[in-house]
Design a binder for this molecule. Sequence first.
Ligand code: SF4
Length: 139
Amino acid sequence: MPLDFESVAAHGSMLGTRALQIFDETVSVVRAVSRWIDFYAHESCGKCTPCREGTYWLREIFTRLERGQGREGDIEKLDDIASNILGRSFCALGDGATSPVSSGIKYFRAEFEQAMTTPVDVSFPPADSTLFAKESVTS
Ligand code: SF4
């Protein structure tokens, strides 16, 4: 598939800023999405309530999941918060925060369920990550 806006949109996704991040199976989806939510929560200017409050609560829940301390209903709550931000925020930042959450749960739900009780550092040890392994070899 060509990586242009039209082709990607025709396949049900979007290119956004055209900055691609590619991970292999040694990377935790929960951890990756959590880092993106850190960014969105930090960058939210606070003008719109759904974005301001929603990104805050997304970050709270992702912090729990990274520690393996999920609470009952957390995965559904993530989905619910994301759908309440989408289309209700003034600029693209609010909408942008939602797609990694929704698609992460849609395509990698098993990882989210695992993170309810198991820290991601246990499920995906950084030492086993090809990213960190490569860094330690080259440093
Ligand atoms: S959607 Fe945009 S304008 Fe609204 S709070 Fe978020 S960053 Fe600010």
